[in-house]
Design a protein around this ligand. Structure first.
Ligand code: ATP
Length: 241
């Protein structure tokens, strides 16, 4: 589905990505973990066209997408749930969700879109209860749900999730991860960037560990969860995988 080969990106003189190669297969959840400043957000933004790539290749289903305009990348099927949520705060929850599907109204039936709307409200019962509430008045966790539900409403081929657990209470994090796993059941492919390594490795099929802009380790999530180096550096060193 998505392939990066030796992708490098800079902020001025500072190199934030160093020849990063990774791939995401259709139907997988792939996690990228790493500490603050490892380059995870830069990686997401390089894929979605928000950060320029200086060298390397990015392809979506074999088609080069590197350095295309972000709106073209969205149209090709990549949606990003950004790190700081960014819901349309003066609009209702329902309008946020409908806007997510905006580009679909021209080529798909209203029934299909409304059935997707029914589905997201079913998997996020909290949003159903708050459908008419102004999104800006929701809690942080609820706004994260809106951002995820809205991204899903655009029915992307690939969903990029940047730190969905950031600043959220454990129960809400659990809820977000449960829904992500349901979305995978519905055929969604997800690339997830997370500092909460334990939650990410529990959810993902495969994972990459980033350090200083490079891929330091990669493998099956279950294997990385018991890897000594990963446990020491990212899982607090205790033995529970
Ligand atoms: P975090 O988990 O803290 O969000 P991250 O792994 O997502 O970290 P990035 O935000 O990708 O890391 O940052 C990678 C490096 O690039 C860091 O050293 C950061 O200081 C630098 N950086 C990020 N954004 C900019 C920017 N707009 N201008 C200059 N340097 C930047």
């Amino acid at each position: 589905m998505l392939r990066l080969e030796a992708v490098s990106a800079y902020y001025g003189q500072v190199q934030a990505l160093r020849e990063v190669s990774l791939q995401v297969n259709a139907g997988e959840i792939v996690a990228v973990i790493g500490s603050n400043g490892a380059g995870k957000t830069t990686l997401m933004n390089a894929i979605s066209g928000l950060v320029p790539v200086r060298s390397g290749e990015i392809t979506l289903e074999g088609q080069p997408i590197v350095n295309l305009a972000p709106e073209r990348i969205v149209r090709l099927g990549i949606s990003q749930v950004p790190e700081r949520r960014q819901v349309f705060s003066t609009m209702s929850v329902m309008d946020n969700l409908i806007l997510g599907a905006y580009h679909r109204y021209r080529r798909e039936s209203k029934e299909t879109i409304h059935s997707d709307l029914g589905f997201v409200l079913e998997i996020f019962p909290r949003l159903k209860d708050r459908a008419r509430q102004t999104a800006g008045t929701l809690s942080g966790g609820e706004q994260q749900m809106v951002a995820l539900a809205r991204a899903w409403m655009s029915r992307p081929k690939l969903l990029l999730m940047d730190e969905p657990s950031l600043g959220l209470a454990p129960l809400i994090v659990k809820e977000i991860f449960r829904v992500s796993s349901e979305l995978r059941e519905r055929g969604m492919t997800i690339l997830l960037v997370e500092q909460n390594a334990r939650a990410a490795l529990d959810l993902a099929d495969r994972a990459y560990v980033m350090e200083s802009g490079q891929v330091a380790l990669e493998g099956a999530a279950a294997e990385l969860a018991v890897d000594e180096r990963v446990r020491k550096a990212y899982l607090g060193g205790n033995s529970r995988p």
